[in-house]
Design a protein around this ligand. Structure first.
Ligand code: PHE
Length: 341
């Protein structure tokens, strides 16, 4: 075909090509404006064109090139504006609201307790929830058949009654004493299990924080001072503590600690059952026999221990009437603690 005719056909092609997508636009660009475009090939034919027609031929090829450039520019612009219209962005619309979760009340109280004792140098020590008899009972002065085992209804692992779900985190204290030399100052938070009927006031699992301090010359006065500092930090400066003699197999002497009711200030209300006091923890001086069981010399070292239920403190603090709410994960309940962090 005559090279002039061929070039004129290309001009027609430029004019008639419909561009209806990004893809056709790109194809068009490659064919007429790309680095190996068709016009370069055509222009290469100029050597076969007679001299007197060379100028006209050059102009013809140029006009195709120009037409292609113009078409590309306008189509590209059209295409860009139309794609924006398609997206239909309304910049005045309000943004999506991201709902942020809340910390669980148990976690809030646990963190608070840890933070207070951290300031007294207690470090967090965690361990397993499935324990052996030695660490949960025997090392803590509760040999087999000891009546104190009845205080904590236990879940035993069916195939091996030597394995239990820990009934308290005192087991962590035993493990720590076995593995570390005094001075020991630890806090062991964690979940514990007891075979109790589930009701508004008790559950088959709950959380504890227990503390242990072992060093030379640790006295009952140190225990008292530590607990007094703790309750004032947790509940307020006006809170007083009262110790009642009690019994735990692993401490001697042992006590239960009451604090002035922080709801009524000691005047008497439903929460404190009109006594003005609420019980929050158990404590005592570590029994020398327990130290011996863990290879710590009771003649050289002494120590105190304490333990509290996080659910109990949480329920008192936020006046929650049913312990089951704390494990049901009802979002309507949990959302109320959003600002409590
Ligand atoms: N381990 C006891 C319990 O679970 C609490 C406690 C710890 C009491 C340390 C005294 C000293 O009931």
């Amino acid at each position: 075909m005559d090279i002039f005719l061929q070039t004129e056909n290309l001009l027609k092609e430029v004019q008639e090509t419909t561009i209806d997508s990004k893809e056709t636009l790109e194809k068009f660009r490659i064919r007429f404006l790309g680095s190996k475009n068709i016009l370069k090939d055509v222009f290469g034919e100029i050597k076969n064109v007679p001299n007197e027609k060379k100028k006209a031929f050059g102009q013809l090829v140029n006009s195709v090139k120009q037409a292609a450039e113009e078409k590309f520019a306008t189509e590209q612009e059209k295409f860009q504006t139309s794609s924006q219209e398609n997206n239909n962005i309304d910049l005045t619309l309000p943004g999506d609201v991201t709902t942020i979760g809340a910390r669980h009340p148990i976690q809030i109280v646990r963190n608070k307790i840890i933070e207070i004792f951290n300031r007294l140098g207690f470090a967090v020590q965690e361990d397993r929830e499935i324990e052996d008899d030695w660490h949960n009972f025997t090392a803590l002065n509760m040999p087999e058949d000891h009546p104190a085992r009845d205080m904590q209804d236990t879940f035993f692992v069916h195939i091996n009654p030597d394995i239990v779900l820990r009934t308290h985190t005192s087991s962590v204290q035993v493990r720590t004493m076995e593995n570390q030399k005094p001075p020991i100052r630890i806090l062991s938070p964690g979940r514990v299990y007891r075979n109790e009927t589930i009701s508004a006031r008790s559950h088959c699992f709950f959380h504890q924080v227990e503390g242990l301090y072992i060093d030379e010359n640790v006295s009952f006065a140190d225990l008292l001072q530590t607990l007094d500092f703790f309750v004032k930090e947790l509940f307020g400066k006006d809170i007083k503590i009262k110790l009642r003699p009690s019994y735990f197999p692993f401490t001697e002497p042992s006590a239960e600690v009451d604090v002035t009711c922080f709801i009524c200030g000691g005047e008497g209300c439903n929460v404190c059952k009109h006594s003005g006091w609420v019980e929050i923890l158990g404590c005592g001086m570590v029994d020398p026999k327990v130290l011996e069981n863990c290879n710590i010399d009771p003649k050289k070292y002494s120590g105190f221990a304490f333990g509290m239920g996080i659910e109990r403190i949480t329920m008192l603090k936020y006046q929650i009437k049913d312990i089951r709410l704390l494990s049901e994960n009802d979002i309507r309940f949990l959302e109320q603690f959003k600002s409590a962090i």
